[in-house]
Design a protein around this ligand. Structure first.
Ligand code: C2E
Ligand code: MG
Ligand code: MG
Ligand code: MG
Length: 292
């Protein structure tokens, strides 16, 4: 129906459609190349326990490290990979690499917490999901208690009853479950009660302005209260500044993740972080000033 809007528009529309299609093909080719040549790398970002100030765990975040295009962030290829199903293969690579790395750090006695891996809707829907995860845990020898899977509201809300069964299976295996990006999807509080999850991750969008907006502060305060009443532990995502950090601490948020402690870094750099006596917060505003 673009045509009925006028000849010029039609052309414009179809050109941009073409460009989109070409871009999609390019990205799909990059993904296939990445899988073939093992170009997917896992970066790690620490999660800090606010009571002790120590690292409680880390999140595995995928990047496509391309010889020509450099480091490609997940936002550039995950959405397409979700559409064409390649996310399943990418996800397996990430899970395998993250479990290997975590088990290596455990053996070196650098770490005893949990590594969190994002699980896409497509992976979550696999009939043999449990077997796939079990076989990676066997291969890497990582105990299930040291693995956490992050799933988003969107993944579980489509077929909540089925999702609850899958989550029960995973939970029985001893794997922890976190609800990621909480508050951005169609969060239903009534389901929250029935999901066998351990942790709720409050999306960065809510954390961004807790130090500036009273409404945002009240919102986060309420989310944390509800989570605690449900027996869930809370992670604040995307913490960049000291003021946000101290507010989340005051609200009894258990853990935070954010640039204030560290961005996601590659395996080697993360090993160095683990070797450090302690991680110190440094606000992003301050980091920017230092870089001037
Ligand atoms: P996510 O799972 O919510 O991961 C957190 C994202 O927030 C990461 O972006 C992280 O780098 C970013 N972040 C953390 N702290 C800060 C901060 O203080 N400031 C800012 N500006 N950003 C912060 P990243 O690595 O680009 O990943 C984006 C999204 O891509 C992830 O969001 C997740 O949805 C998806 N993703 C990443 N890796 C995987 C994967 O292996 N599998 C799947 N299915 N999705 C993945
Ligand atoms: Mg996540
Ligand atoms: Mg998140
Ligand atoms: Mg996100």
């Amino acid at each position: 129906h673009a045509k009925s809007a006028g000849g010029n528009r039609y052309q414009f529309y179809s050109e941009s459609l073409n460009r989109n299609a070409i871009r999609q093909l390019e990205v799909e080719n990059l993904i296939r190349e990445g899988l073939r040549d093992d170009l997917f790398e896992v970066y790690y970002q620490p999660k800090i326990d606010l009571k002790s100030g120590k690292m409680a765990g880390m999140e595995a975040l995928v990047r496509l490290n391309h010889p020509e295009h450099g480091l490609i962030p997940p936002g550039d290829f995950i959405p397409l990979a979700e559409e064409n199903g390649l996310i399943v293969e990418i996800g397996e690579v990430v899970l395998r690499k993250a479990c290997f790395a975590a088990q290596k750090w455990r053996r070196q006695e650098l770490f005893e917490g949990r590594v969190a891996v994002n699980l896409s809707s497509q992976q979550f829907a696999l009939p043999d999901l449990q077997q796939r995860i079990e076989s990676i845990l066997r291969l890497t020898q990582l105990p299930p208690g040291n693995l956490e899977l992050e799933i988003t509201e969107g993944t579980v809300i489509k077929q909540p009853e089925k999702a609850i069964k899958v989550m029960m299976q995973l939970s029985k295996m001893g794997v922890s479950l976190a609800l990621d990006d909480f508050g951005t999807g169609y969060s239903s509080l009534s389901y929250l009660k029935r999901f066998p999850i351990d942790t709720l991750k409050i999306d960065k969008a809510f954390v961004d302005d807790i130090d500036k907006s009273d409404r945002d502060l009240k919102m986060v305060d309420s989310i944390i209260t509800i989570a605690h009443n449900m027996g869930l532990s809370v992670v604040g995502e995307g913490v960049e500044d000291a003021s946000q950090l101290s507010i989340l601490k005051a609200l009894k948020c258990e853990e935070i993740q954010g640039f204030i402690y560290s961005k996601a870094v590659n395996e080697q750099a993360f090993t160095e972080l683990l070797r450090q006596e302690e991680l110190l917060p440094c606000s992003v505003k301050k980091q920017k000033k230092i870089n001037l």
